[in-house]
Design a protein around this ligand. Structure first.
Ligand code: IDP
Ligand code: MG
Length: 138
């Protein structure tokens, strides 16, 4: 069964949308294999967002992601990596399709409610940043 890393970002938590967002994933039949509420450190951010270091939005992104708690989770299911990104919607919520999590709950292109891995390689890499294998069931 495929695994992906999802983060419910600090804006969505501040707006009380943890339950709403989990409902979207459960509604699609994905299973939660690991989950925790935590704060992202600058060190974790630099690992997780390594591909974005040096981009114009990087500092604002890290500032936002490390300021307040987030929820990290591992979801499992068939083709879960691609399907969760569909459920999440486009990075920019103004361009996200109707009914997607970002369309419904995101504040802005940076404060866009959720993160999900974009490939099997990144899913494996990102999951290992947030969870040890014994914390993952399924
Ligand atoms: P993704 O989250 O849809 O995979 P990425 O391109 O991987 O999008 O960017 C990572 C995160 O960086 C986005 O989710 C968003 O929070 C932020 N971000 C991406 N592009 C921009 C931008 O052009 N301006 C501001 N923030 C951005
Ligand atoms: Mg990405």
């Amino acid at each position: 069964m495929e695994r992906t890393l999802v983060l419910i970002k600090p804006d969505a938590i501040a707006n009380n949308h943890i339950g709403d967002i989990i409902k979207h994933y459960e509604g699609k039949g994905f299973k939660i294999a690991a989950m925790k509420l935590m704060k992202m450190t600058k060190e974790i951010a630099a690992k997780h967002y390594a591909e974005h270091i040096g981009k114009p939005f990087y500092n604002d992104l890290v500032e936002f992601m490390t300021a307040d708690p987030l929820v990290a989770m591992v979801l499992t299911g068939e083709n879960v990596i691609a399907r969760v990104r569909e459920v999440n919607g486009a990075t920019n919520p103004e361009k996200a399709a109707e009914g997607t999590i970002r369309k419904l709950y995101a504040d802005s292109v940076t404060k866009n409610a959720v993160h999900a891995s974009d490939s099997p390689e990144n899913a494996k890499r990102e999951i290992s940043i947030f969870f040890s294998e014994i914390e993952i069931v399924g």
